[in-house]
Design a protein around this ligand. Structure first.
Ligand code: HAM
Length: 417
């Protein structure tokens, strides 16, 4: 029997895993500067949590959720995203009683039964942030700038920030009507998905990727022309904050997002080096959701970063920085092997990565291994050396070599580390 991972689900191994760890560490460091605390949210939740928040007629809820009945016949869903569980936690734990804003981040796997392709997986990882309790646009700007800072720290400068405002409950119905009117006469020419969206979620027609639909929607009204005065002022202020800090952005009036909970600010960060799945991070404001979940009216905003896509962009740049062992101890004979075992542990107790021979291998194959795993130094312990209390060393990076006494090993390593 030959087993394989499920379609659209991958293992993440060395050396890629180092990129992942670097991304996670950098996110933690940067988010700390803005006061975000980690929250660990469950992978499974009650299905209604996602249906109510993401929206019954969205692609995620209609076709992509991993939903099952548990042994007590409750409908359970493996989280397709983190915002809904974060809001559930915020309300359930009465976190609105704490001083606002409450700022959180989370990371981990999400599950969507999508058609797998480059950059799109059925189990994928996000790092998400959510800030609760501030309606002012300064926090919208703050988290966009935080995202930019994080991307800069990991070395991703070549990305585009696209922003939009999709209005609120007051102004969006008018906009929806104007869209319906615009699409009405041409509906038969749109793709079947858009024809369905016309009745369920007409805004989504604006981000359909089908060529024919892109042409047909030319000239459609822009949401920004329909914003009420409050939403317009909010959006204008967000833009002025971005300008204040010289953050480059592009206004994209077709940016509507695929989840129903958004109000006002919506944004996406895209890269031209990724092919069709080019969004590396996305988010927006969701001022109604906490109330929908039974909490007090609480404005909120957040975003999530797609780990696979960021890791793919960093692969080229970071291959040089994978951690490698400081020392490989090659040994000849049983006694030397035991001494190698002891020395390796001594080196590790000084905080350096040491590898040694576990027995059996010829010197030649040990040296080949040291080279393959990228060790910086090789120590060679043979019977003669052992008797004289000496070892041979060779620096595999610059070719230098020599002999030192066993007592000198640690001082030599601390000098060269
Ligand atoms: P989202 O746009 O659905 O938003 O996902 C955010 C990011 O996750 C995307 O930009 C993309 O990088 C990555 N992503 C999504 N689906 C996949 C997939 N199938 N394979 C690989 N990567 C994927 C949300 O999930 C919202 N919860 C973000 C948010 C937080 N809004 C407010 N707070």
């Amino acid at each position: 029997m030959k087993y394989s991972a499920l379609k659209g689900i991958q293992d993440i191994l060395s050396p890629d895993i180092y990129i992942w760890q670097k991304i996670e560490d950098s996110a933690r460091e940067v988010f700390k500067l803005y006061g975000f605390q980690e929250m660990r949210i469950p992978i499974i939740e009650s299905t209604d949590i996602f249906v109510r928040s993401i929206g019954e007629t969205t692609d995620i809820v209609e076709k992509e959720m991993y939903t099952f009945l548990d042994k007590a016949q409750r409908s359970i869903t493996m989280r397709p995203e983190g915002t809904a569980p974060a809001v559930r936690c915020y309300v359930e734990r009465h976190l609105y009683n704490m001083p606002a804003p409450q700022k959180f981040y989370y990371s981990g796997p999400m599950f969507r039964y999508e058609r797998p392709q480059k950059g799109r997986f059925r189990q994928f990882y996000q790092i998400g942030v959510e800030a609760f309790g501030v309606s002012q646009p300064s926090i919208d700007a703050e988290i966009i700038i935080m995202l930019k800072r994080f991307l800069e720290v990991i070395g991703l400068n070549d990305v585009n920030f696209e922003i939009n405002s999709i209005g609120c409950d007051k102004c969006r119905p008018d906009y929806k009507n104007s869209l319906l009117k615009f699409f009405e006469g041409k509906l038969a020419d749109f793709c079947p998905d858009c024809q369905r969206r016309y009745n369920t979620n007409p805004l989504r027609i604006l981000d359909c990727k089908v060529e024919k639909c892109i042409e047909l929607r030319q000239g459609a009204p822009f949401v920004t022309e329909y914003l009420c005065s409050d939403c317009k002022e909010h959006f204008d202020q967000l833009i002025s904050y971005l300008k204040l800090l010289h953050i480059p952005y592009a206004l994209n009036p077709n940016l509507v997002r695929g989840l129903d909970y958004y109000t006002r600010t919506a944004f996406e960060v895209t890269s031209e080096h990724l092919g069709a799945q080019k969004a590396v991070a996305a988010g927006g404001r969701y001022d109604r959701l906490v109330e929908d979940f039974g909490g007090p009216p609480t404005p909120a905003i957040g975003f999530a970063i797609g780990m696979e896509r960021i890791a793919a962009l960093l692969k080229e740049t970071w291959t040089k920085h994978y951690p490698t062992p400081k020392v490989f101890i090659a040994t000849i004979g049983k006694e030397a092997e035991t001494e190698g075992f002891r020395i390796a542990e001594d080196i590790r107790s000084h905080g350096l990565w040491a590898e040694t021979n576990y027995g059996g291998a010829s010197l030649k194959s040990q040296l080949r291994k040291a080279d393959r795993i990228g060790a910086e130094l090789v120590f060679i312990i043979g019977e003669n050396e052992l008797r004289a209390g000496k070892i041979q060393w060779k620096n595999l990076k610059d070719g230098q070599q020599g002999e030192i006494s066993i007592e000198e090993i640690i001082s030599m390593l601390s000098l060269s580390s």
